[in-house]
Write a protein that binds this ligand. Structure first.
Ligand code: DGJ
Length: 724
């Protein structure tokens, strides 16, 4: 219950009415975010940081509320007294650009013993505008999710010019930002900068393939560079499969403001009266033990609360894309299914090229949109392929790219009005294709029906790979007409509504999120997808870096990693050892490998099946960074700390380089563990002196194991098992 004391103070005959401040504490087991109202009725951030033991001591913190525009208002608005980047800006019906939000009430709902949801209502006293702030705290995982809802009752639509999901303030001696930008085939390259006065923005404007250059997550080192195992680190990600923007602004007092939300560029949203605009969820953790702990917090939370089938296993597979590209027929696919069976994987995945007749999909120049099986390549239809797979003893998965359309397609001939395309300019094509106008409900039905028809006709389809190769270009929706400003946002909302329908009808259908490699990698999409394709770059050297980058935010089971023939200078063992760090699959013609490699791959699948529970559900420890060493090493430890798997890669060791032992982490000091190298080539014997030896957890974590070598592009997988 809201409790307001009214204090009447008479000073020199002037009567001041003062309401006692209302303090709202949003807490996990480690972190407190404390908000407080000021005399003017507005809401400010008092504190964000490691939890205080004595709550009452928060009263010693001074509220940065009335300091002329340099306040820490929780949802600062533009155009009045905010000197820095606002979180919220709307234009009212009378043209006025200012909104002043005042605290009205708040409530807390205990969702279960680990999760609670705080809702705060703010309103403007002059205009009928209401903003709700939401904070969901996951106590054990040390995660807070925040988002807002905006609503108004003005006569006509208002224009939302800024509408952030979250605004956080930090007060430290220095700020160090790590971003994960890249491009196709060079996703998530880590780079860090120091933040000084002014703004640094990480954003994307690409619409559908939104994360082609940069994914929606960041790491912030506070007081020092973000380190793996020490120091305070804020790690955040926006759950939004579209244009996002993170603004990091250091102000005149060296406070850092972090604003996260949809990118408002070309999206000044027209919000109708009484329509509720929900901003995407911003998810963050504040770790006091470096980014290693931050990653474990996020991964644990994702498996438990966010990722589709986060607690379940994943299928190993053989994909035909790199083995055949578009050039296949029934006999070739039948042979590959047999290869999948012989290899021992769970599933065969048929990639691009199986559909379209008038404009057959024999290259990426045509056919997208015509989802009927290509009768020339596959005269007996998808049904027959599913049958063959079943008879062979593997499951069957299939590729689609349902949001896209080729200008050379029957769909385009029939429905040019279903395409995002400017009516008055030459279209710009990305990979020879355009994007369907998902804001149109008829297009949503059409996209839903692609999966629904395939599933209805072939209920045994066990998996979809959902690709999305083009950004949204030529931004114009024939459907939205005068509301073009809403298109980027409506597109994403409509995508979610299609995915909701699919999830409701096929709740147990696993799907891979793919976007020309890693062009989509956000946690809202991952409510619908069991995993995502990290990159088309499967060169194992590059993959070590790419998987390292994504591991900051995603659990291994969400990261699809395939063994391919990229970089034939590396051994098949090295390639497999790299894929085994994540969710392993194959995308290679196994028959083209030498006999030894074929045997090795089969054994590797068996080995993987034995360790994958630890890899999928264990805690990740990044031991040796490839960014700082000529080697890389990571390990996973299960919850009971009685099983672990360690990966060690020698990437570019120098001649005669001095090696050092790899200190393990996350084990139990008091347990004894047996160390065993696995995944060796046929007839290969482990060269590790520690192989088959017993060590205490204490020894393994303090002294470590000599598992690195000076041989370029070699690798080792080591199983660690408690014996007591
Ligand atoms: C891009 C994906 O990243 C690849 O894996 C493959 O599915 C192709 N598209 C097919 O066109």
């Amino acid at each position: 219950m809201k409790k307001i004391f009214v204090l009447i103070i008479a000073i020199f005959g002037i009567i001041t009415i003062k309401a006692e401040p209302i303090t709202i504490k949003i807490s996990t087991n480690e972190t407190d975010l404390v908000l407080q109202t000021a005399d003017n009725g507005r809401l400010f951030q008092l504190y964000l940081g490691e939890k205080l033991k004595k709550t009452e001591e928060y009263s010693n913190v001074s509220l940065r509320s009335q300091t002329n525009g340099m306040s820490w208002e929780v949802y600062p608005v533009s155009g009045s007294d905010t000197y820095f980047e606002p979180a919220f800006a709307i234009q009212h019906n009378d043209g006025n650009l200012t909104t002043i939000l005042k605290y009205v009430s708040h409530s807390r709902e205990q969702i279960d013993s680990n999760v609670d949801l705080t809702t705060i209502i703010l309103k403007d006293e002059l205009y009928p505008v209401e903003v709700k702030l939401f904070y969901k705290a996951f106590h054990d995982e040390n995660i807070i999710k925040s988002w807002t809802e905006i609503k108004h009752q003005e006569k006509k639509a208002v224009t939302l010019n800024q509408f952030a999901s979250s605004m956080l303030y930090l007060r430290n001696s220095s700020y160090h930002l790590t971003e994960y930008a890249g491009d196709w085939a060079k996703e998530v390259r880590e780079s860090s900068i120091d933040l000084n006065f002014g703004k640094k923005i990480i954003d994307t404007k690409l619409g559908a393939r939104a994360n082609m250059f940069t994914p929606p997550f960041f790491t912030l080192g506070l007081d020092q560079n973000a380190k793996e195992n020490e120091g305070t680190v804020l790690m955040g990600t926006l759950s939004w499969t579209g244009n996002f923007r993170f603004t990091f602004e250091v102000d005149n007092l060296n406070n850092l403001r972090v604003i996260s939300g949809i990118n408002p560029d070309a999206s000044h949203y027209q919000l109708e009266p009484n329509e509720v605009f929900k901003t995407p969820e911003f998810v963050f953790t504040l770790s006091q033990k470096g980014k290693g702990q931050g990653s474990r917090n996020i991964q644990k939370w994702a498996r438990k609360y966010q990722l589709k089938d986060g607690q379940k296993g994943r299928m190993t597979l053989l994909n035909n894309w790199e083995a055949t590209y578009f050039d296949f027929d029934e006999p070739k696919l039948t042979a590959l299914m047999q290869e999948a069976k012989d290899l021992g994987v769970d599933m065969f995945l048929l990639d691009d090229g199986w559909f379209a007749n008038k404009y057959p999909r024999n290259s990426d120049t045509q056919g997208l949109g015509d989802w009927d099986v290509n009768m020339k390549k596959l005269p007996n239809g998808v049904h027959n392929l599913v049958d063959v797979a079943n008879k062979t003893g593997v499951k069957f998965g299939i590729w689609i790219e349902p949001e896209m359309i080729s200008p050379k397609s029957e769909l385009f001939d029939k429905h040019p009005d279903w395409v995002i395309m400017l009516p008055n300019r030459e279209p710009y094509y990305f990979r020879n294709q355009l994007v369907l106008d998902l804001s149109n409900p008829k297009v949503q039905d059409y996209v839903f029906n692609i999966i629904d028809k395939l599933m209805t006709e072939n209920p045994d389809i066990a998996y979809f790979k959902w690709d999305c190769n083009s950004p949204i270009t030529n931004i114009y929706s024939p459907y939205l007409k005068s509301k073009q400003n809403n298109l980027y946002i409506e597109y994403v909302k409509s995508l979610y509504s299609v995915l909701d329908r699919i999830k409701a009808k096929y709740p147990d259908l696993p799907m891979m999120l793919c976007s020309g490699g890693g062009g989509r990698s956000d946690y809202n999409a991952l409510q619908y997808f069991t995993e995502f394709w990290c990159s088309d770059n499967t060169d194992p050297i590059e993959r070590i870096f790419i998987q390292w980058g994504y591991s900051h935010f995603f659990p291994a089971k969400a990261m699809a990693a395939h063994v391919t023939s990229w970089n034939k200078n590396t051994s098949v063992k090295f390639r497999v050892d790299v894929a085994m760090m994540c969710k392993m699959g194959f995308d290679i013609n196994i028959k083209e490998l030498g006999e030894n490699d074929q045997i090795f791959c089969k054994n590797a699948v068996q080995n993987y099946n034995k360790i994958k529970k630890v890899v999928f559900d264990g805690d990740l420890y990044r031991l040796i960074s490839p960014y700082e060493n000529n080697h890389a090493s990571v390990m996973y430890v299960n919850g009971e700390k009685n099983k672990a798997v360690v990966y060690a890669y020698d990437i570019y060791p120098r001649y005669g380089e001095d090696l050092f032992p790899v200190k393990l982490q996350g084990l139990d000091n008091n347990k004894m563990y047996k160390v065993k190298e696995i995944n060796l080539m046929p007839n290969q014997k482990s060269q590790l002196p520690c192989n088959e030896n017993l060590y205490s957890g204490d020894y393994l974590m303090k002294i470590g194991l000599d598992i690195l070598s000076t041989n370029r592009l070699t690798s080792r997988i080591i199983e660690i098992e408690a014996v007591n």
